[in-house]
Design a protein around this ligand. Structure first.
Ligand code: ADP
Length: 543
């Protein structure tokens, strides 16, 4: 028997029209070097429709890829909807990738047009001659008046505001929810980045997951500030969640310095601010004497949130960090470390441990851990480790046109995440490590994530990353790379003494090196690959 319900596609056009109709007066604020720029969903919707017709006028194909190379701004949000709601595919380019990788993904995705912020043109312009499918470059002026448009052979250069002004408002209609809405490439620590293509349906459902009260719970009442770039896994769904609910959006633009972010939180009374741990490590030192009482959630993921960091926020603001886990491949939200009612009575320290987990799967996503030796599901006992695998309607089923896909999916269609995790009996995921970052010592594994967590609990430590370095007897042993807080001094012995009793003795790093800064990846994570390269020849002291 079939149901009696209407067959209405789940598309972004619904979110768009809702914001236009219900929330026309709600604000979108963008940080710029000249101060904040304010617009409303009403004006945004009008401009987005004009942009849609401009794409038609330029002759961008019916499912043409529309690339962006841009900061988090209201204009970027116009592109976020004009491309998919006119049937095209938004392709957000990571502005911090290596140049060869940008060239690779633009050509692999066959982008037809690239929208670029003027302040980022210096990065992109040298690459334009390497693009094989791009016909237009559209410059979004964000660096004041008085700039000329550049010229390129075979690529027409246009100015964004002129393009929008010339377009009559487009009618948006997408009939097929399975149509591609956007695409994003993983930042690819090894090899070329891999592409993931989101459908209208997957984005729609993922957006709803951001609204569940048992995840981030975005509502119309919120003032949402995605510090996470709009090119990093769909800004974790927060830009879409803003439009869908009518929550005010605060888009920080190019200045992501701690001071600028706290200024925005204070001035705009931000309630939800999301970013990777390194962002919140920086912001922590800015909080003294500031009023961030408007905040109700600080979603954070991309890499493990150190317990010490979350607890420092609890001390400073009364509110710990809300950890989430996900990947470009999972849209990204797959788990959120909310504290369940039955666990809320635990001691503060136990709760802090729980929040240092990546949390239970959000409604809609299935997670499992699989023993890598046997290929069998591992028990949820808080101890057994396995590869974390994910399935669900906003988890990718393959990579876009990529022969490396096969190795990343199981025979029964689950995504192999490349993360090693344990599951607590209550179903909380605890990421032990990325498979490639685990320190393999004498056939046993040492979790670099857990070691870093413990080292970063030292009050004099600003950042710490642990890598495995070659060892003649044990194959690998841990090396701790530590950044000391400004104005403090710290010795190797002090670090090791601090760890004594906090970790299994055989986990103790064989050496501690002090560095000025942990190198970061293009999305602000600790770059273990750079550290491994740097310390490849490091000679460990013999015991
Ligand atoms: P990239 O693979 O290019 O770094 P992603 O942002 O898609 O880009 O990275 C996904 C990976 O980030 C996950 O597989 C996991 O290793 C890590 N990650 C994300 N969130 C967390 C978290 N809360 N705790 C630990 N690791 C995380």
């Amino acid at each position: 028997m079939l149901g009696t319900m209407q067959d209405r596609p789940l598309t972004l056009v619904h979110f768009f029209e809702r914001a236009e109709r219900y929330f026309a007066d709600k604000e979108i604020v963008t940080g710029t070097p000249a101060g904040t720029e304010r617009t409303t969903y009403g004006e945004w919707a009008d401009r987005t429709r004009r942009l849609g017709s401009a794409l038609d006028r330029l002759g961008i194909s019916a499912d043409g890829r529309v690339a962006t190379f841009a900061w988090n701004t209201a204009r970027h949000l116009e592109l976020y909807f004009a491309a998919p709601c006119s049937g095209r595919v938004l392709h957000t380019l990571n502005i911090r990738l290596f140049p060869e990788q940008v060239t690779y993904i633009v050509n692999h995705a066959e982008d037809e047009v690239v929208f670029v912020d003027r302040s980022l043109l210096g990065l992109l312009a040298p690459l334009v001659p390497t693009f094989t499918s791009v016909r237009y470059l559209v410059v979004m002026e964000d660096a004041g008046p008085g700039h000329e448009l550049p010229t390129f052979d075979g690529v027409e250069v246009l100015e964004y505001e002129a393009l929008v002004a010339d377009g009559p408002p487009a009618e948006f209609r997408v009939d097929d929810e399975w149509r591609a809405a956007s695409m994003c490439y993983t930042s690819g620590t090894t090899g070329n980045p891999k592409g993931v293509v989101y459908t209208h349906r997957s984005t729609y459902l993922h957006t709803l997951a951001m609204l569940f009260a048992d995840s981030v719970g975005v509502t119309e009442q919120d003032v949402v500030m995605p510090v996470v770039p709009m090119f990093h896994a769909n800004a974790w769904g927060l830009a879409h969640a803003g439009v869908a609910t009518g929550a005010s959006l605060v888009l920080p633009g190019p200045d992501l310095s701690p001071g600028a972010l706290v200024d925005l939180i204070e001035a705009e009374r931000v309630t939800v601010a999301a970013g990777v741990p390194t962002i919140w490590m920086g912001v922590l030192d800015e909080l003294g004497g500031r009023d961030v009482s408007s905040l109700r959630a600080i979603p954070c993921g991309g890499s493990a949130v150190p317990k010490a960091l979350s607890e420092a926020y609890r001390a400073a603001t009364g509110m710990p960090i809300l950890q989430a886990w996900g990947m470009t491949e999972t849209s990204p939200i797959a788990s959120v470390a909310v504290v369940r009612s039955g666990l809320a009575g635990r001691s503060e320290d136990e709760l802090a441990d729980l929040r240092a987990c990546q949390g239970p799967a959000v409604l809609g996503v299935d997670l499992r851990i699989v023993d890598q030796a046997t290929g069998e599901p591992a028990p949820w006992d808080g101890e057994s480790r396995g590869e974390l695998q994910a399935a669900g309607p906003w988890i990718t089923a393959t990579y876009y046109d990529d022969e490396r896909s096969a190795e990343s999916f199981t025979d029964d269609g689950w995504l192999r995440t490349g993360d090693v995790a344990v599951m607590t009996p209550e179903g909380y995921v605890r990421i032990v490590d990325r498979t490639k970052d685990v320190v393999k010592s004498g056939g046993e594994w040492i979790s670099s994530v857990e070691l870093e967590n413990e080292i970063m609990a030292h009050p004099k430590v600003a950042e710490a990353a642990v890598i495995g370095v070659p060892h003649p007897k044990w194959s690998e042993r841990p090396l701790a790379c530590v950044v000391v807080r400004p104005g403090e001094t710290l010795t190797k012995d002090e670090v090791l003494e601090f760890l004594d009793g906090r970790i299994a003795r055989w986990w103790t790093p064989d050496d501690v090196v002090f560095i000025d800064e942990v190198p970061k990846t293009s999305v602000g994570k600790f770059s273990k690959k750079d550290l491994r390269d740097r310390f490849a020849d490091h000679v460990l002291p013999t015991a």
